[in-house]
Design a protein around this ligand. Structure first.
Ligand code: SAM
Length: 307
């Protein structure tokens, strides 16, 4: 883990109390923390850093199991995020479009639900440090491997069990020393108030059991001034993930009746303080590739806000 993060992390289990963690460092490699235990002086909970990866989940059993940890899904997300880097004919430019909206120059940037990290890498090109967080061990491990090696080979599914080899090579001018990926929960961000100049949540809100709590958390950790926030989502609400009462839209009545992009805009402008001003909004298409002949085209509404 990047040393700079040591000054930025707090105990996710003690929130809303923001308690800095004490580090017992056992091993460092090339200036980064490789093996350590971070301990909360309040609740005494320990958070491990193992092989450089910090696990800052409020409970260690919160690491995702299922869909976002399976190899075909990791492969599908590597394709979604990096297909332009290996010149795939079906590549899409969604992450470039989203990253071009944000500029974290001279600040620290946060990408929540970062998956295999494309937006985090893009944010690092302007930021002092870009931090990607996700609850999937497989995604964070993959993003960290890419950061360390600058390249990664994987098997892309063609049909059934048939795969083809692909290699992601990150461009040489990407500042990989300004990127960090940690295991953390978007509902209990292990950071203190106002540390990020720029924050993002792409395609995550509808995957959370408490989406409003995530917006509160994003609002808490993002700076009160000269800050940017990018929220994008296709609003694929499902009772398998969140009860209807927690949805931010997609229902005919209740506090979040109607469409979520309107309700989230209202929250940003009127409820989350200090209030956000919407700079831009629209829809961006992105693609999940399941195999050679099967692509899911997703339209995500985005809101770009500043304060
Ligand atoms: C639909 S994917 C979107 C990934 C990426 N932001 C993108 O747009 O390509 C949802 C991501 O959220 C992550 N996720 C789900 N629940 C989470 C939570 N509570 N905290 C952090 N990440 C979470 C998943 O592991 C997955 O990477």
């Amino acid at each position: 883990m990047h040393r700079q993060l040591l000054d930025l992390v707090v105990c996710p289990g003690c929130l809303p109390e923001e308690r800095p963690l004490a580090a017992h460092i056992q091993e460092t490699r090339q200036g980064d923390i490789y093996t350590a235990t971070l301990t909360c002086p309040g609740c005494r909970k320990n958070y491990p850093i193992d092989h450089g990866m910090a696990c800052l989940l409020p409970q260690s059993d919160l690491a995702l199991v299922g869909k976002y940890t399976e190899l075909p899904v990791v492969s599908a997300y590597l394709w979604s995020h990096f297909a332009d880097l290996f010149d795939d004919p079906d590549q899409n430019t969604a992450y470039l479009s989203w990253s071009s909206m944000l500029n974290a120059s001279s600040g620290v940037a946060l990408d929540t639900g970062c998956a295999v990290g494309r937006l985090t890498f893009e944010l690092a090109r302007n930021a002092e440090l870009a931090v990607g967080i996700d609850r999937s061990h497989a995604f964070i491990q993959t993003a960290r491997l890419l950061t360390r090696e600058g390249r990664l080979s994987f098997d892309l599914i063609m049909e059934g069990e048939l795969t083809e080899h692909r290699e992601v090579r990150l461009p040489h001018d990407w500042p990989l020393n300004r990127v960090e990926f940690v295991l953390a929960d978007a509902l209990a961000l292990p950071f203190p108030k106002s540390v990020f100049q720029c924050s993002s949540s792409l395609n995550l809100l509808d995957k959370l059991p408490a989406p409003l709590k995530h917006l509160d958390e994003l609002n808490r950790v993002t700076s009160d001034t000269r800050a940017q926030l990018l929220v994008a989502d296709p609003w694929s609400w499902s009772t398998e993930i969140a009860p209807k009462t927690a949805w931010l839209g997609g229902v005919p009545s209740g506090s979040f009746a109607g469409h979520a992009h309107i309700n989230v805009r209202h929250l940003l402008e009127n409820k989350l303080l200090p209030a956000w001003k919407i700079l831009d909004e629209g829809t961006i298409q992105w693609t999940i590739r399941n195999h050679r002949n099967h692509f899911e085209r997703i339209h995500s509404d985005y809101l770009l806000a500043q304060r």
